[in-house]
Design a protein. Structure first.
Length: 159
């Protein structure tokens, strides 16, 4: 069974986000063992300078990099990543299941991910050219992974 670790910076504050995420975690349980690691988002000034943002991202990077399982295939979500269809992501996950059996997905803070985290990733994924709140992105990513695994297992969910 595929092992998935989702590393996220920040937590789900509203009950409706927690409920939606829990639903997809439950659904994913049919195909994978899911582990979610929530890391604390570093505080930054209301209008931070680029240097302040870089410092915060580097501090967050330490915690993110420490949470990555050693043998996992790492996918970082970032705007400059590649967009895939559900079927293409399913094929990528199929390869991960065959090769390592362990997947690590990373969602950064509201300022993104440090270049060190991005370079540690095997693949950079962009879910959309649109910008989404990080809480919604967690739910969207869980749904996307569930849909891809459903495709691999012959489910009808993706149609």
């Amino acid at each position: 069974m595929l092992r998935i670790r989702l590393i996220v910076t920040g937590n789900l504050k509203e009950a409706y986000w927690r409920s939606a995420a829990a639903e997809y975690e439950k659904r994913l349980g049919a195909y994978a063992k899911v582990d979610i690691v929530e890391l604390k988002e570093c505080r930054v000034a209301e209008s931070p300078s680029p240097a302040e943002i870089e410092a915060v991202l580097e501090k967050e990077a330490e915690a993110v990099l420490a949470a990555i399982p050693p043998r996992a295939y790492v996918i970082a979500l970032c705007v400059e990543g590649k967009q895939l269809s559900s079927e293409q992501l399913a094929q990528k996950l199929d390869a991960v299941m065959r090769d390592s059996g362990e997947l690590c997905l990373i969602i950064g803070s509201s300022h993104g991910l440090s270049p060190r985290v991005k370079s540690a990733a095997h693949f950079k994924l962009s879910v959309s050219a649109l910008t989404f709140p990080h809480q919604l992105m967690r739910v969207l990513l869980l749904e996307t992974v569930y849909r891809s695994l459903s495709i691999l297992h012959g489910g009808k969910y993706h149609k």
